[in-house]
Design a protein around this ligand. Structure first.
Ligand SMILES: [Zn+2]
Length: 353
């Protein structure tokens, strides 16, 4: 992969190039931004170029042929140290950062960084999920950040930089990464050969919130089926809460084998609902703007305003549900309560008319 292959993030990449040209690259960087948008790809390209032994010190291009570049591509570079949260774990264990028990101070990232480089001019550490360090690990890591060994560059990656210790944040130069544009996600989905149909790629991209990892989940047609099912139900004249809740639940459970996956399905469902009502708002706003000021159809206008207000309330209810973060959430109960509220909001409106 080369810099030119990266989609999006051109400003951030240019800032890194400029810093290297001026020989002003900070020894600790913090790449912050939503997950699944390519922060790690940029970090790896930066690391590879900084480790390359053929390029000049002011040029951030890896030669692709030297021993360092080859070793980097093989994932065996002794001077590129990477740590990340282990699969299925919520925290980055202290063992990876500073060693544990008898090994404290004699293994882990901080120790490895204190050693001299073996193949390249410097050592690079990539700390993914940096905000997942617990206080003990963060404090151990802080010492390394405060007294860096010369010729080390630490790249921390975080989707929740506010969760980092302020003392850590203040010792890093933060580079903020933005979500990708929908068109960029569609382009990536095609380029990665995840789908070959551009319309499907655009549909996935529109739902992905600018995140490739979310787009990856939407490749599964069952998520898109869930969305179709929800949208059909929400468009129906009458919302039959009980039956509809049971159908949706069945569809979600066919996707989810445990409570965590069920919660994931639930958050997708809410995201689809938010999208549904946002689309409806856009449509209504367009309808309203079509009424000319001299239009002699006051009923039409007021009807449209009423629907606009109702849709806003429905959207608010979905957003409220989406903002609830509860690990002990009972999906089935929440689903029913939410649909009941939606049905009630819709009934209230019909009664007014
Ligand atoms: Zn090279």
């Amino acid at each position: 992969m080369k810099w030119s292959d990266v989609i999006g993030h051109q400003i951030q990449i240019e800032m890194l190039h400029e810093a290297v040209r001026r020989q002003r690259l900070p020894h600790a960087l913090l790449f912050a931004g939503p997950s699944g948008i390519g922060k790690q790809i940029v970090a790896r390209l930066l690391a590879k170029a900084l480790l390359c032994v053929q390029n000049s010190e002011t040029d951030l291009q890896a030669c692709e042929t030297c021993g360092s570049c080859r070793s980097f591509d093989a994932g065996t570079h002794p001077d590129c140290l990477t740590v990340s949260k282990p699969e299925g774990k919520a925290i980055l264990p202290i063992a990876l950062i500073a060693g544990e028990g008898d090994e404290r101070g004699r293994s882990g990232l901080c120790y490895d960084l204190s050693l001299r480089p073996m193949l390249s001019r410097r050592k690079i550490a990539i700390v993914d999920d940096a905000d997942c360090m617990n206080a003990e690990a963060a404090n151990a890591f802080l010492k390394t950040l405060e007294e860096p060994t010369p010729d080390t560059v630490i790249i921390m990656i975080s989707s929740q930089p506010d969760a980092l210790l302020p003392t850590i944040r203040s010792r890093c130069q933060m580079l903020r990464f933005r979500p990708l544009k929908s068109s960029e996600i569609a382009e990536l989905v095609i380029r990665l050969e995840w789908v070959d149909d551009r319309q499907v790629a655009e549909e996935i991209a529109a739902l992905s919130d600018g995140s490739l990892s979310q787009a990856a989940q939407l490749l599964d047609p069952r998520w898109r089926e869930l969305r179709t099912m929800l949208w059909t139900g929400l468009s129906a004249e009458k919302l039959e809460t009980g039956r509809f809740a049971a159908e949706l639940l069945e569809q979600m459970e066919s996707k989810a084998s445990d409570a965590g996956e069920r919660r994931n399905a639930w958050s997708w469902l809410l995201r689809f609902a938010v999208e549904f009502y946002r689309n409806e708002l856009t449509e209504l706003t367009r309808e309203l703007s079509d009424f000319a000021p001299t239009d002699n159809t006051p009923n039409g206008v007021s009807n449209c305003w009423d629907r606009l207000e109702r849709t806003n309330q429905l959207l608010d209810r979905c957003l409220e549900e989406e903002s609830r973060r509860d690990d002990n959430l009972n999906v089935s109960l929440s689903l029913e309560a939410w649909l009941t509220d939606l049905a009630q909001l819709r009934r209230k409106e019909s009664a007014v008319r």
